[in-house]
Design a protein around this ligand. Sequence first.
Ligand SMILES: [Zn+2]
Ligand SMILES: [Zn+2]
Length: 359
Amino acid sequence: MEEPQHSSTQPYLPSDEYRPEPVPEPAPPAWMDGSIRIGIHTSIAGEIASALDLAYNLGANALQIFSASPRMWRRPANGAKGVGPSALRFRARREELKLGPLVIHDNYLINLASPDRILRVRSIQAFHEEIVRAIALGADFLVAHPGSGKGASMSAAISAIADGLRQASRGVNFGNLRILLENTAGQGTSVGSRFAEIKSIIDQCLELPLGVCVDTAHLFAAGHDLRTAEGLEGALAEIEATVGLARVHVIHTNDSKSALGSHLDRHEHIGKGKIGRDAFRRILNHPRLAGRAFILETPIDRPGDDRRNIETLWRLVGITPRRVGAVADGFHIRRSAKRKSRIIRGHRSSAKKSRRRKR
Ligand SMILES: [Zn+2]
Ligand SMILES: [Zn+2]
């Protein structure tokens, strides 16, 4: 066989051209695998990363936390809940457990619409810190109650909230974090029981990554009769006509102790309240709500209530708790069931208190 001849007249092929490696598309987070996401508000008592194991061992694949004590204006510097080195452990553990989305609920002392100047400045500063901590922890969403104008007019309150959000966001690189404004029950002078109010805030902050969190108990207390299919359609129609359903990323999935249109914010176990189990089956399986994270903020009246509410949601989407295990490493869930219930009991009173106050 003849040796190939090297020729100086080899054609220049387009494939010879130097091409820099294309910048790889950022990989989607581990939790974004298309599976349904069911989570619960979990205590951060002790080490903040323990909230992840708590949620995971309860059978959840998503979670919500406070990133610091929800009843204090400032977290203790480098205290047990400081998010410095613990943020790295938190992120690593979350990656291992493939939990997501991670939702952080803001401190409920924050009121960006407060007519009291000192409270308003404190609120803006505290909300800025909420954003910074949420980014440090790698959160996907930061849920905020819009605020309450007390004596001020609704439009003044809305402008104050929008202005507060912009000030708190100064100098922040949001990355993947999105702020979600939560609808309210309409208690007192709270802004956000009507989605048009939330839309007005969003319209005044178009430069910010804002979205919406819908709380089912608040919807019901604000007058949407979720007990019927028509009531749910009515609520979805109002959302679509105002903020748009595409902006809704998280559903706070809570039954309601208080009556339709009562404007009272009282959460109840799924199926045990005034909304009822059938309504939640419709909500969880509604095609227009597919892809949202369903996060429980239900009370813990007896040990195991959190696990039972999570199991109820999985059953409502046609997944038995055992098959949850298959999705999220059930061996781990079953093996640590005993140990976990002790942990929950330990945190029970504080978790309960904090949920009460949050409402
Ligand atoms: Zn809520
Ligand atoms: Zn509530």
